[in-house]
Design a protein around this ligand. Structure first.
Ligand code: FAD
Length: 490
């Protein structure tokens, strides 16, 4: 079935919504598998994200570059793939149609929703509270930072971690609800290993970072629509933009542990609030104030809310019966199908609703967006050709490579003993300023690991986790630096 219909109506066999990693990967895969069928990629932003230089580092670890490119690149590469730049406004799942903002009706046989998420904002109405999600919001952040002396960061995930490390020339108050920094990725030990990096001056970057290059073309990127709905940035989102405030200092980070923001005040509201007592005058005059749940109040130039994302599901919910997960994502089964017939979902917008392997968990990360987009396309292909398909191997073991505070970081399996309760033991090896290695064992078998620094252990540990060998006999020798563990298990 090729594209057809009048200008305001079109028909495609396969329709994918969202030009982020999940959507682009899914659309490319469908266009490849069905070269004589019409595939449409609908996206709100003028630029799409494409994966390049994909490398399978080990059985489950993967590495790739991401390029933000004009959508015409995809159409040149795949003649049967049409990119329609318009946000989706509504879905009639029973009629198999989508409505776009610019008034088009799109008919589909199979649909995959990959609309990502948007930052959870603390207070939508205050102009000095920012979220970072896409190129536009990163530029907005930079604009605020270039005039700032002090900012307050709320959140303890990957974005907050990178932010507090990368920002220079601006005092950072970092409010986290946990006992240790980076709780999403690390335990207290790893946090302790990383803290000195926050106190030291940042080293000059030895090599230009090769991963993401965001080539925002001003002529195309600044429409109102793109401001609302750009794709999520990824690792190294700060590359190429200066993250400097107005002060001379390199790092000045103060962490407020185990607290959240209770209330945000504009300058005017604060001056009229009961908090503005004699003592509070010492807080100085700032554009915005945050009162924390630990009783402290800070004034600052602006607040960055980095507390995770909310899946972008709204345009699809009205009039349909999607099953949503607790985190408000579209719940998908092990074939990436939502509860509406012929509607699939992948990436940050969905929640993996199948029974997970004992060594995998969903995290809204770049790698998983790619894996899900690719697997969703394969599930759609299997469904239309009446073939069976099994859950892909990439969902067997959680694995992620990233960089925090200039250290290489590899996370494997239940790296933070997630869901294990007390039924686990930890082995740790740490050389200050060099490496931090943590292994999670359950019943004598390795179920997770955190590797910070150039440890070279990822492949061996991945194998030990995958083959679930009983390691009880090795005890602490497992991390003995004098034993070449690779040879040991070869
Ligand atoms: P997105 O990339 O958000 O793409 C969604 C797409 O849908 C966009 O193209 C958008 O325009 C489109 N869209 C939305 N609504 C509509 C609509 N109604 N109609 C049409 N189109 C629509 N992950 C890592 O693995 N490592 C990291 O270091 C890392 N760092 C990050 C740093 C930042 C600042 C951020 C924000 C995220 C980071 N992530 C990181 C997470 C990672 O970027 C996301 O998990 C991933 O990009 C999600 O991909 P996606 O395709 O599901 O969604």
């Amino acid at each position: 079935m090729m594209a057809g219909g009048s200008e305001s109506e079109a028909q495609f066999r396969f329709v994918v919504v969202g030009g982020g990693i999940a959507g682009v990967t899914c659309a490319e895969q469908l266009a490849l598998q069905f070269p004589s069928e019409a595939v449409a990629l609908l996206t709100a932003a003028p630029l799409v994200k494409t994966v390049t230089n994909f490398k399978q580092v080990s059985k489950t670890l993967e590495d790739f570059d991401v390029e933000e490119q004009p959508s015409s690149i995809l159409e040149e590469k795949y003649p049967n793939l049409k990119v329609i730049q318009s946000a989706v406004r509504g879905l009639h799942a029973d009629q198999h149609t989508l409505q776009t903002e610019n008034g088009q009706i799109i008919h589909y046989e199979k649909l995959c929703i990959c609309t990502g998420g948007r930052p959870k904002l603390l207070n939508q109405d205050t102009p000095n509270v920012l979220g970072i999600r896409d190129t536009d919001s990163a530029q907005e952040f930079q604009k605020h930072l270039s005039k700032a002396k002090r900012m307050l960061v709320v959140g303890n995930g990957g974005i907050a971690l990178e932010l507090v490390y990368e920002v220079e020339g601006c005092e950072v108050i970092w409010a986290i609800k946990d006992k240790a920094i980076g709780n999403t990725f690390f335990d207290a030990g790893a946090a302790q290993f990383l803290i000195p990096s926050l106190e030291a001056d940042k080293p000059e970057r030895a090599l230009p970072c090769k991963r993401a290059r965001y080539t925002t073309d001003k002529t195309t990127a600044s429409t109102e629509e793109s401001k609302e709905l750009g794709s999520a940035l990824g690792p190294d989102w700060h590359e190429g933009i200066s993250l400097r405030g107005t002060e001379e200092v390199s790092h000045r980070v103060h962490v407020e542990y185990e607290c959240e923001i209770e209330k945000i005040y504009s300058q005017q509201d604060f001056l009229q609030s009961p908090l503005y007592s004699q003592k509070s005058q010492d807080l100085g005059v700032w554009p915005v104030y945050a009162h924390l749940t630990n009783g402290k109040t800070y004034g600052c130039d602006f607040i960055v809310s980095a507390t995770g994302v909310v899946p972008n599901t709204e345009p699809f919910l009205k009039g349909n019966k999607f099953e949503l997960a607790e985190d408000r994502g579209l719940r998908v089964n092990d074939h990436m199908q939502t509860s509406e017939p012929d509607v699939y979902a992948a990436g940050d917008v969905c929640t993996a609703g199948w029974e997970h392997s004992a060594l995998w968990q969903q995290m809204r990360l770049w790698t998983q967006a790619r894996q899900m987009g690719w697997y969703a396309a394969r599930c759609i292909a299997a469904e239309v050709s009446g073939e069976a398909i099994e859950l892909d191997f990439c969902f067997e073991l959680f694995s992620h490579i990233t960089k925090f505070f200039n250290y290489k970081v590899v996370l494997l399996g239940k790296f933070n003993a997630q869901g294990l309760g007390l039924d686990h033991e930890l082995l740790v090896r740490c050389t200050k300023g060099q490496e931090y290695v943590k292994v999670v064992l359950s019943g004598g078998r390795m179920v997770g690991a955190v590797l910070i620094g150039e440890t070279d252990l990822e492949e061996t540990f991945e194998n030990l986790i995958l083959n679930q060998m009983d390691l009880s006999a090795y005890g602490e020798d497992l991390l003995n630096p004098n034993i070449d563990i690779e040879d040991y298990f070869d």
